[in-house]
Design a protein around this ligand. Structure first.
Ligand SMILES: Cc1ncc(C[n+]2csc(CCOP(=O)(O)OP(=O)(O)O)c2C)c(N)n1
Length: 286
């Protein structure tokens, strides 16, 4: 049984994850900063408090299953995986490099622990609800966790999966919406509005919990409520901020798919309590 981190430890771990994200993006010279930083706190709670996983044995049969339906946020996915022990942290420094194995979008064939290759928005949730139904048919007690983006919810396939999960009363699945209100081209509401999201999910017969997606007390309470909710799936609408933790990235859609340059990375690292050199050395040696 892995040790669960308490709230203070989760905050400290999330800070490390944000340092990893900035550092790996800087060396890669490409990749997605904004959504990685907005989903960091929820991901940290999942990997370090909530889920039953065995990173040294990714195929562990009793495991909970997790699906980042927003496959583009590989910086946070790989950081969470490295920090929890799926592979060594120095691999993060070869993110998106030809001589590394961490591609820009997650590939099941190359990264043990990734349940399903991703990157095409809308598909991950369908796989997750299938895993939830399959687990129930197998009388398996696992829980299934999916992370969706708010822009991703514009995909029609999402709503088929939402309908499916409610129809089959899949109370073993919990979906988090990284509700940062931004997507690649601007504000979600300007491009293809999804408001009112809570009423939409409720009308599909889901249990809906709205939280501050950067508040660990609220995240853990929501995950607990999800576990205690029977007969329907749960969605956690996490109000988040794109680029959270780096002042010049916060709330700007222009950081959706851009990495910091070295100069910007130095400023970001300073705000996160380190330097690029210090954190690079840290990753090299772990
Ligand atoms: C099917 C599909 N269409 C378009 C894209 C290109 N794309 C990647 S991320 C993205 C925006 C997603 O917005 P959101 O879910 O809000 O993620 P965030 O901007 O918060 O990272 C788009 C359009 C894609 N990956 N898949």
């Amino acid at each position: 049984m892995r040790k669960k981190l308490n709230i203070d430890e989760l905050k400290a771990k999330a800070l490390e994850v944000r340092r990893d994200i900035i550092t790996m993006l800087t060396y890669a010279g490409s990749g997605h900063s904004g959504g990685s930083l907005s989903s960091t706190d929820y991901g940290t709670a999942l990997f370090f408090n909530e889920m039953n996983i065995d990173p040294k044995n990714p195929e562990y049969s009793e495991r909970d299953m997790w699906f980042f339906s927003i496959g583009h946020v590989t910086p946070v996915i790989y950081s969470l995986m490295a920090e929890s022990g799926y592979f060594e942290k120095n691999a993060l420094l070869k993110f998106r490099k030809l001589d590394g194995f961490l591609e820009g979008h997650p590939c099941k064939a190359h990264v043990p622990g990734i349940e399903c290759s991703g990157g095409s928005l809308g598909q991950g949730l369908s796989v997750a609800v299938g895993a939830a139904l399959g687990s129930r048919m197998d009388k398996h007690s696992r829980r299934v966790y999916a992370i969706c983006g708010d822009g991703e919810l514009q995909e029609g396939q999402i709503w088929e999966a939402v309908m499916f999960a409610a129809h089959y009363k899949l109370d073993n699945i919990c979906v988090f919406v990284d509700y940062n209100r931004k997507q690649i081209d601007g504000d979600v509401e300007d491009i293809m509005g999804i408001h009112p999201l809570d009423e939409k999910f409720r009308s599909f017969n889901w249990n809906v919990i709205t939280i501050d997606g950067h508040n660990f007390e609220e995240i853990l309470a929501a995950l607990e409520e999800a576990k205690n909710t029977k007969g329907k799936p749960t969605v956690i609408l996490g109000n988040t901020i794109m680029g959270k933790g780096v002042s010049f990235m916060e709330d700007l859609h222009t950081w959706h798919g851009n990495p910091p340059n070295k100069e910007q990375a130095e400023i970001a690292c300073k705000e996160l309590g380190t330097t690029l050199e210090e954190w690079t050395t840290h990753l090299e040696n772990n």
